[in-house]
Structures are given as structure tokens and as C-alpha cells.
Design a protein around this ligand. Structure first.
Ligand code: FMN
Length: 201
């Protein structure tokens, strides 16, 4: 039996988190729909999952308390966009607010990808994804998805976490920090409950 919170010293935790800071992930804008309901969020937990050119796949992890998660669960599809390096406005719209409270698409044109997910025309690129398999990991669902279509809309630098933290106005950085701390608490409880439910705690 492992202990619920693994016995790691603060120094060990710091050392582990130093590793995460060695790389700079891109920000993905994930959109999804369920009938007329539309939603979208920002995710860094997305990565290419196949090197086979004609079988493109992505892995994406979405927290279960997000509005967009319910839309992906309902439709089994979502779209992934990369956004421009200076597009802090999209982070504000999709990453700092929740579709549980606001309609993030109310003032956006009703554009769709071929699979019917909301298309963000100002993005650098888009890809349609169809869920092939899903894994409940407690706080999040990890989706393995087939990429069924996609295109580059414009060329140029894309937004990454380092770029966001460097260029976002102070008020946005403060809000990011607040939401991050809040989500960490929600996620910690969900991960520990998941481990307990598997007799793994
Ligand atoms: C830089 C950044 C990275 C994020 N990465 C993820 C992620 O990988 N997975 C996730 O579920 N949420 C992630 N989020 C949080 C969601 O984007 C955010 O909570 C969003 O407001 C949820 O919107 P929704 O409730 O409308 O779906 C991230 C947010 C930011 C700003």
C-alpha cells in the first residue's frame, strides 16, 4: 500500500518541478460543441501521439469540472487550435473564464470545422479530433483522438507558456495565478479520491 500523499520532501518536490520548467509548452485552444451549445478552453496538456504520417493522433487531458469537458463527453469530438504569440485576448476569453458562467462565443461568428466543432478563424491553425479512447485519471479525462482534418491558417510564432507569462498584462497574470491555485486544490482532491477508489492510496 502506498501512502496517499507520497512522502517526498519539499526539496524533492522542488527538484521535480524544476524539470517541468525546462521546457515551454504551447497553448492549445480546445473547442467543442453539443448541438447548439459551444465551448472552449486553453490547454497545455496536449501532445502529438502518433508518428505515423497518415494516422495522426493527439493526446489531450481536460479537467472534468470544465464546461468544455461536458461538450467533449457528449459529442466525442473537439477541435485543437494553436494561437498567435500575441493573442493574449484568446487566453483571456477561453482560459480565464468558464462556459459555466458565460457564453464565450456570444460575439463570435458561428464558424465550424468540417466535424462541427467551433472554428476560431483568428487562430494559427486548427485540427478536428475524434475521440478514440478515454482514460479517467481522477481530476481529468485523458482523450486519445484521431485527427480527421486540419489546416495552417497563417504562419508565425505561436503562443507558449513562457510567452504568456512574459507578455500578459499584470492583471491577467494575477488572475491566472488565482485560477491556477484554485484548480490545484480541486485537482488535488480529485486525484486523491481517484487513488483511494482504486485502493491505491
Ligand atoms: C496556460 C493555461 C493552461 C491550461 N491548461 C489546461 C489543461 O491542460 N487542461 C485543462 O483541463 N485546463 C487547462 N487550463 C484551464 C482552462 O483553460 C480554464 O479553466 C478554462 O477557463 C475552462 O473553461 P470552461 O469551463 O469554459 O471549459 C489552462 C489554462 C491556462 C490559462
Amino acid at each position: 500500500m502506498r501512502s496517499e500523499v507520497h512522502a517526498q520532501s519539499p526539496a524533492a518536490i522542488n527538484a521535480i518541478n524544476d524539470v517541468f520548467h525546462l521546457y515551454d509548452p504551447p497553448l492549445w485552444l480546445v473547442t467543442a460543441h453539443d448541438g447548439t451549445r459551444r465551448g472552449g478552453l486553453i490547454a497545455t496538456a496536449a501532445t502529438r501521439a502518433s508518428i505515423v504520417r497518415e494516422i495522426p493522433r493527439m493526446l489531450v487531458a481536460v479537467a472534468k469540472h470544465h464546461h468544455t469537458w461536458g461538450l467533449i463527453e457528449a459529442s466525442g469530438t473537439f477541435a485543437l487550435h494553436l494561437i498567435a504569440a500575441d493573442d493574449i485576448a484568446s487566453v483571456r476569453r477561453f482560459g480565464l473564464a468558464s462556459g459555466h458562467q458565460v457564453d464565450k462565443f456570444a460575439d463570435l461568428p458561428p464558424r465550424e470545422t468540417p466535424a462541427g466543432s467551433p472554428l476560431i478563424e483568428g487562430a494559427m491553425s486548427w485540427m478536428d479530433c475524434r475521440v478514440e479512447a478515454r482514460m479517467d485519471i481522477g481530476d481529468r479525462t485523458t482523450y486519445l483522438a484521431e485527427v480527421t482534418a486540419g489546416a495552417v491558417l497563417r504562419r508565425g510564432p505561436i503562443l507558449t507558456v513562457a510567452g504568456l507569462l512574459r507578455d500578459a498584462p499584470a492583471a491577467d497574470r494575477t488572475e491566472l495565478k488565482r485560477l491556477y491555485a484554485h484548480d490545484q486544490e480541486t485537482d488535488r482532491a480529485a486525484i486523491l479520491a481517484w487513488r483511494r477508489s482504486r485502493g491505491d492510496a
